[in-house]
Design a protein around this ligand. Structure first.
Ligand SMILES: [Zn+2]
Ligand SMILES: [Zn+2]
Length: 472
């Protein structure tokens, strides 16, 4: 099979340009992608060719130039596509499992964590052409039929809604009484909706507060699910059990950190460092969490190590021997490895595997275990990071607001990336009327793909345009 077409590709000048593409191959033998007549990418087997119908513009598309993936790239990952006159939403992680390819050595695909498959391409984000192309190659197992009571254009919200719902289930617990969403716009309004539906489903009693900078967003936030809306300046001393930061900016992160009582959840991948966390975007991509441990306050660490998902623990060389000895005594069945966190994670002993938990003695080392200078990681996806400080007379000396929140207020940082599309569609379908009304507020415009440049600039700057969906 062979198909040739022009597509809007995103380049490092942060603009779209039309380029000629050709896909050649088939599902059983694999595909070759040609760009401007030259071989651009070779795909394995398990991809099917679909015609794109709709694709939403997302903040990840806007931040694309800051992300650790190469350009040019045909972006767009919130898509609806058709095959043989049927319409599907498409899961974006092209893992072995999604492609229907068996690989006994892939830990993630064999442990239900296939979105973290190390050999995955990501549709519209990493190498695999996305939904701003008229045709996509999608992993065969990633096509999910759209329920009859959801319209094809509204189904383009599935990807970001799935991610929002997953973020909520990751961080909100029965005991939580107050949840805040800071800076709601695209992701934030989906979080407000997800929180409302989650609260109804599980009968949890928490308030949903939207924290806004722009007064004009007030009605919108109430409409999509917030119980109340407050301005950034009004909440200086207020604390919320769980805070979702959706601003993608350092000032928004700090604002969120200040009002976080228990958990600060980050889901956006802005590619920018915040508060000494230079690998925050990679932490989100790998869904890592962060908490603190001191000489005397160890309960969160010990609880985390107890978890069945933890078997290998990496301990920074500078962590005191007494702590390591106690850990080894308390958890004889777990494996603790003392490592130089600034090492090159190369061939030397202890670096060839990935760890489920790491204890670092400073932020620099913590960043390094997430990604070292060669882009390698020491951590398994969904693993837990701990920052250690020696307690001095029951207290620790902290520098910066992040350490202050982690050590003096025991705030934990959670992250998450993709959610289950099937689960999301089920919830959307069960709440179809509510979802229909949400979509009317949320989707500001449907534009023709030829207007992508203009629509993209508006999505970036116009605060009234929440979600712009492109139509092919
Ligand atoms: Zn997105
Ligand atoms: Zn895999």
């Amino acid at each position: 099979m062979e198909i040739e077409f022009s597509a809007h590709e995103f380049r490092d000048d942060e603009k779209f340009h039309l380029a000629r593409y050709k896909y050649q191959g088939d599902e059983s033998s694999g595909w070759k992608i040609y760009r401007k007549g030259e071989l651009f990418e070779t795909l394995g087997k398990g991809y099917v060719l679909l015609k794109t119908c709709y694709c939403g513009i997302c903040s990840t598309d806007i931040a694309r130039a800051n992300l650790p993936f190469k350009l040019p790239q045909i972006t767009g990952h919130e898509l609806v596509a058709s095959l043989d006159e049927r319409f599907y939403v498409v899961e974006i992680n092209a893992s072995h499992k999604a492609r229907g390819v068996k690989d006994a050595t892939c830990f993630y695909c064999n442990n239900d964590m296939d979105i973290h498959c190390q050999e995955r391409l990501t549709l519209g984000i990493d190498r695999l052409p996305g939904g701003f192309s008229p045709y996509v190659l999608a992993p065969r197992n990633s096509l999910i039929p759209i329920p009859s009571n959801i319209s094809t254009v509204n189904a383009s919200i599935t990807e970001p809604f799935a991610a929002a719902y997953h973020a909520v289930t990751t961080s909100v617990r029965k005991e939580h009484r107050s949840v805040a969403v800071v800076g709601p716009r695209r992701l934030g309004s989906l979080l407000l909706l997800a929180l409302k539906l989650y609260r109804e489903k599980w009968k949890i009693n928490f308030t949903i507060t939207a924290v806004i900078r722009n007064e004009a967003m007030k009605d919108f936030c109430i409409k999509v699910g917030a119980d109340n809306v407050v301005g950034v300046s009004e909440i200086i001393d207020q604390k919320y059990d769980v805070v979702f930061d959706t601003t993608g900016s350092e000032s928004g992160f700090l604002q969120s950190l200040r009002i976080a009582g228990n958990i600060l959840h980050i889901k956006s991948t802005s590619g920018k460092p915040v508060e000494g966390l230079t690998r925050l975007t990679e932490m989100v991509i790998d869904e890592l969490s962060l908490a603190s441990v001191t000489g005397s306050k160890r309960n969160i660490l010990y609880k985390s190590i107890e978890d069945d998902s933890v078997s290998e623990v990496a301990v920074d060389e500078s962590i005191p021997q007494v702590l390591l000895e106690d850990l080894t005594k308390c958890f004889p069945e777990k494996i603790f490895s003392r490592l130089n966190f600034l090492g090159d994670f190369g061939e030397s002993r202890g670096y060839n595997k990935q760890y489920d938990l790491a204890i670092a003695s400073n932020l620099h080392k913590l960043n390094h275990v997430v990604r070292n200078c060669d882009g390698k990681t020491l951590m398994r996806a969904k693993s837990k990071l701990f920052l250690y400080k020696e307690g001095v007379d029951g207290g620790v000396s902290v520098s910066g607001e992040l350490e202050e929140a982690l050590f003096t207020r025991d705030v934990q940082l959670h992250t998450s990336r993709c959610g289950s599309f099937k689960h999301a569609l089920k919830i959307m379908s069960e709440n179809d009327l509510y979802f229909e009304e949400f979509s009317r507020t949320f989707i500001s415009e449907i534009r023709d793909i030829e207007e992508l440049d203009e629509a993209f600039e508006e999505a970036k700057s116009d605060r009234k345009k929440i979600k712009i969906v492109m139509r092919h």
